[in-house]
Design a protein around this ligand. Sequence first.
Ligand code: NIG
Ligand code: FE
Length: 414
Amino acid sequence: MSTSLLVSNIKNLILTEDSPRNSPLRGADLAHLPSIKNAFLLVENQRIKDFGPMKNCPERADRTIDATGRIVLPAWVDSHTHLVFAKTREDEWVNRIKGMSYEEIANRGGGILNSAKRLQETPEDMLFEQALGRLEEIKNYGTGAIEIKSGYGLTVESELKMLRVIRRLKESNEMGIKATFLGAHSVPMEYRNGNRQGYIDLIINEMLPQIAGEGLADYIDVFCEKVAFSVSETEQIMEAGARYDLKPKIHVNQFYCLGGIAAAVKHGAISVDHLEVVDDSDVEALKNGETIATLLPSAPFFLNDHIPPARKLIDAGLPVALATDFNPGTSPSGRMPFVLSLACIQMKMLPEEAINASTLNGAFALEWADEYGSIARGKAANFILTKEVPSVAYLPYAFGSDWVKRVFIKGKES
Ligand code: NIG
Ligand code: FE
């Protein structure tokens, strides 16, 4: 049975599209946020049926919500998370307060390897329940679609376990979910003394065929970094992924510029993520491709590290997306509104740029812009209704205030 929902008297309906774009917003276009003042939004069968100025508002629907004084905007598309994990790591965080660096902790077998040990010991059902709780939490912040990575398994069995948890989340949830295989997140200790290639071979010859065979992943990721995988190792793994039609989304330039961005662009990466440090050759490489630069400002905020040079990237005409990087080591938060505030406060993005980067460009970073990321006819009815607020700029400005009032995913209030 079809049911309709009408949201009327919307003070400002944000990020409307009459004809959906087929490529991400780049450069100066990121600051353009189409909107309709005093608007309505009509939802039918979980999808956006219509929207426009109040003078064209339909007379009735099965349900009506009066949005006087409130803004409606598309739900966030969080295109980079590690939401499946077994245990938080506040003990390591206290060690960092005392002066130890993230890399020192990683080199001692803490960090990702610590999370891997915990995850290997944790039953699949328990991981699923914990992850479901986190999904429920972030829905309340307004997230309507999300990418989730493996990468805390680091054995054939545990990588498969993680990806099966993600598959169960996909099946049991209204939220749009895509899975990324990140077996190359860290080299396990037993392979570190002269046998790194042994682990890479395990990824390529054992993990990938099983994951592809079960259709468990949509993308492949590698942590390309001094503490993790070199550029040539990253290329090997991207090439192996391509044999199974898994496009890359790559962790790169978190701490060092190693040339990984150019390699990722060459291999047709959908996105390169982190980019806390960026040199001119990285910018040139991005200019020559379609790859989206996904910035994760809560990670450097939490690590007290370099701020991603968003202005340099946007002003070079590049497409930028924003995501949370929700994970227990570098960003124990899935709160997209805070990411928007950090993007504006620390990275000098305009409120309009931050909103576009967190919605429509996030959707492009998941190749899901036909379904999510804007208010367009036919797209999933994923949207946020704010409290009464004075303006669009107020949203990232009011960084400590819970201005997300109600969240609708596929037309259903979460
Ligand atoms: O995106 N940098 C690599 N991976 C995660 C952190 C993982 C961890 O510390 O557990 C990130 O920051
Ligand atoms: Fe990450």
